[in-house]
Design a protein around this ligand. Structure first.
Ligand code: GLN
Length: 448
């Protein structure tokens, strides 16, 4: 059996997790043939369904784009294909990447593949998100790497829940061309894989400037550090009240592991951390309001069949029928932040705080080489828990540990580290200075 046929077999056996929106098995088999003709080693890839792959529908997990077929391929995906990547499916997500559970998809929720399979019909562990389907693909072994996107934690969070690696590179080192934007200055294509070495291998295939993305740039070349030279920063603000005993224990254990390997552990201060989520939501929602304007049922996507009397009606019907509550709320709020009377009060203030968050990191990296933090406050909760009103607030808090790295554009990785008392995976996070992606991946190898 070929590598790709074996992957397809595994994907079919994992259908109950609802990780894929579109299966592209024939396409992958063809790509495998082409790769072999060029003497490349084919490998199976799963792509979050907010990246364009030519002639394959791209839904962003929404009714709006249920039948949308792009006519070009995202740069990062094309670069993988050029190295032997074979796309076997488009992965499920929270619609347009808004969320951290992968439960808000028009195509039904992703079920975390760490769930108890016998009870899957009744309840399940959430996959985390928004790139939950991509995490399932790597966890179940039907992709060697899966592409996610990470705007506030969408790759690191599901990776932590599944006990795999989730790497969000420095902003700009992976091209965003062909990625449907959520919040442009935070969005980064990201990698799920089974090891830091694999992340580095695939990152190298994709990284670097792209003429189609004016914000793209190259990472710094790899420079080695001897173990005793590595200075590990522990930011005290990450010891947040929402942190579960299990996540705290994993964080402490990882700190001790570095210490016993001879690294120097230093306490650092990132004093604006607490403002990160609220500022992110002001800045992101403002981008969302503008980015989502293109989905109007005229140039793109779902067009209402309702009787309409005006052009405005057409837009209103089409959008309200095909964009979920979360998206509509975020568009609404974004427009509120952006009206002239409010811009100075919200948007500009949040942009200033973003600068302070970045400065905190700059100062910390004068003293340390890498930061070690928790990645999620707890292991994957049940779907039924997440739907309980009391949990909704906690979900936002979950991005607490991941969001600041997006604020500052820094490379960050979720490393599987231990298991909680219920036997579920718990990760820790490492963050390095801007463009030090290879150093980050090298240090991640020490932990695993
Ligand atoms: N949970 C955050 C949001 O909904 C981040 C999502 C992401 O990283 N795509 O905005």
């Amino acid at each position: 059996m070929t590598v790709i046929k074996d992957a397809i077999k595994k994907a079919i056996a994992s259908r109950h997790f609802n990780g894929l929106i579109t299966e592209t098995f024939e396409f992958a088999i063809n790509q495998e043939k082409h790769a072999l003709e060029k003497n490349l080693n084919p490998f199976p890839v799963v792509v979050k369904d907010c990246f364009a792959v030519q002639d394959i529908r791209m839904t962003c997990a929404s009714k709006m784009l249920e039948n949308f077929i792009p006519n070009y391929t995202a740069t990062v995906i094309q670069r993988l294909i050029d190295h032997g990547g074979c796309v076997i499916g488009k992965a499920n997500l929270d619609a347009f990447g808004m969320g951290s559970t992968s439960s808000q998809s028009y195509f039904g929720p992703v079920k975390g593949s760490i769930s108890n399979i016998d009870a899957l019909e009744k309840d399940w562990r959430i996959a985390g998100g928004s790139s939950g389907g991509s995490a399932v693909a790597v966890h179940q072994g039907f992709a060697d790497l899966a592409i996610g996107s990470d705007t506030g934690g969408s790759t690191r969070n599901p990776a932590a829940f599944h006990g795999i690696f989730g790497f969000k590179p420095s902003y700009g080192t992976l091209s965003r061309h062909g990625l449907v934007p959520l919040a442009n200055s935070f969005d980064v294509p990201a990698i799920f894989s089974q090891s830091a070495t694999e992340c580095a291998k695939y990152y190298t295939m994709m990284a670097g400037t792209d003429i189609m993305d004016s914000t793209s740039t190259d990472p710094l070349p790899y420079t080695s550090l001897e173990l005793p030279q590595i200075r590990i920063g522990i930011p005290k603000e990450y010891n947040h009240p929402t942190l579960s005993a299990d996540s705290l224990a994993a964080w402490k254990e990882a700190t001790e592991l570095f210490q016993s390997a001879g690294c120097k552990v230093i306490d650092v201060e990132l004093k604006h951390t607490d403002y990160s989520i609220v500022c992110y939501h002001i800045l992101a929602e403002t981008d969302i309001a503008s980015n989502m304007a293109r989905f109007d049922g005229v140039s793109f996507g779902h067009r209402s069949k309702n009787d309409f009397k005006s052009f405005n009606d057409l837009l209103a019907y089409s959008r309200s029928e095909s964009l979920n509550d979360t998206i509509r709320r975020r568009i609404f709020v974004g427009n509120y932040y952006n009206v002239r009377e409010n811009r100075g009060k919200y948007f500009q203030q949040a942009a200033k705080v973003r600068r302070l968050i970045k400065q905190d990191f700059d100062q910390a990296f004068n003293e340390v080489d890498v930061l070690l933090t928790p990645v999620t406050s707890h292991s994957a909760p049940y779907y039924s828990e997440v739907n309980a009103a009391k949990f909704k607030h906690r979900q936002r808090q979950d991005d607490y540990y991941t969001q600041p790295a997006n604020m500052a554009g820094l490379p960050a990785i979720s490393v599987p580290f231990s298991t909680c008392s219920e036997g579920l995976p718990i990760g820790v996070q490492l963050i390095c200075n801007y463009l030090e992606d290879y150093r980050l991946l090298d240090i991640a190898n020490i932990l695993y």
